[in-house]
Write a protein that binds this ligand. Structure first.
Ligand SMILES: NC(=O)c1ccc[n+]([C@@H]2O[C@H](COP(=O)([O-])OP(=O)(O)OC[C@H]3O[C@@H](n4cnc5c(N)ncnc54)[C@H](OP(=O)(O)O)[C@@H]3O)[C@@H](O)[C@H]2O)c1
Length: 267
């Protein structure tokens, strides 16, 4: 029996991109899935694909920026499957604009609401159930949560906040049996770049990324599933991300240059 067989795993942002790919990966591994996102149609499509792989699936239309939705989502998971073994805080949004060009700072509030407070709310609702099962908390942060990234000030701030929150919570949870796995993906092909909020507060509409040269959502999902299986503390998905983590201790200006180049070259 595999590590995920019969386990109940709730994934936020499961209708597209990394969350959807992870749902499919875990469906293949025999998990019971609770899929959450705002768009019901896309959620049902993802659910159908997981069910076709043999998974039992519950979909819950959820806006993680809404406190009531978060509580209801976890309640639905527990009612349907009798408990919760893992929560994957994956729902997220991003921006793409230099700070000085952002005219309305409400975009920063939105980034914090979804990326940080959404994760905290879902975690608060899920924690009593995860303690019962000695389960796993997963935070899909970003390498932008470990280093600065130009044109992403608000996003990097939100991802640093996520990392700080989950690193702190891990210490509080020592001895509880609940582990915390932080995921720091490098660029991944998904919808997030097309939807990134630009300087005018509107989505970019098309991806600025050099997509053939960045990681697929499927590959990222397979790495996340591996980290979950090992209950790993931190997964950085790229060699340059792992290099930057150590290089910044001795050559921080070099890491700034690498970060600026990644954005310039869009990969
Ligand atoms: N792609 C990358 O390059 C990359 C790199 C590092 C980290 N990440 C992180 O990976 C995570 C997944 O992103 P992705 O790249 O897979 O993006 P994506 O393709 O845009 O998918 C984002 C998912 O989050 C959901 N979502 C957005 N706002 C939500 C809200 N308020 N409440 C509930 N669900 C919400 C979306 O569904 P609805 O719109 O229907 O709600 C969708 O299912 C994010 O946390 C992101 O920051 C991505």
């Amino acid at each position: 029996m595999g590590a995920f067989t019969g386990r109940t795993i709730l994934i936020t942002g499961a209708s597209e991109g990394i969350g959807r790919a992870l749902a499919l990966e875990l469906a293949r591994a025999g998990a019971n899935l609770v899929l959450a996102a705002r768009n019901a149609r896309r959620l049902e499509a993802a659910s159908g694909e997981c069910a076709a792989l043999g998974a039992q699936v519950e979909t819950v239309v959820t806006d993680v920026a809404c406190p009531r939705d978060c509580v209801r989502c976890v309640e639905r998971a527990v009612t349907r499957f009798g408990g919760l073994d893992a929560l994957v805080n994956n729902a997220g949004i991003t921006m793409w604009a230099r700070f000085e060009d952002v005219s309305d700072l409400r975009v920063f509030e939105r980034l914090m609401q979804v990326n940080v407070l959404g994760s905290a709310r879902m975690t608060a609702a899920a924690l009593p159930h995860l303690k019962t099962t000695r389960g796993l908390l997963v935070a899909v942060a970003s390498i932008a949560g470990l280093t600065g990234v130009p044109e992403r000030t608000g996003y990097a701030a939100s991802k640093h906040a996520m990392v700080g929150f989950f690193e702190s919570l891990r210490i509080e949870l020592r001895g509880s049996g609940v582990d915390v796995t932080i995921i720091a993906p490098d660029f991944v092909v998904s919808q997030i770049h097309r939807r990134a909020i630009g300087a005018d507060g509107e989505p970019l509409g098309q991806t600025p990324m050099d997509e053939p040269r960045i990681m697929s959502a499927e590959r990222c999902a397979a790495l996340i599933a591996g980290a979950m299986r090992r209950r790993q503390r931190l997964l950085i998905t790229s060699a340059r991300g792992r290099f930057a983590r150590w290089a910044r201790l001795v050559a921080p200006a070099l890491v700034d240059q690498l970060s600026a180049r990644a954005i310039r070259e869009r990969r």
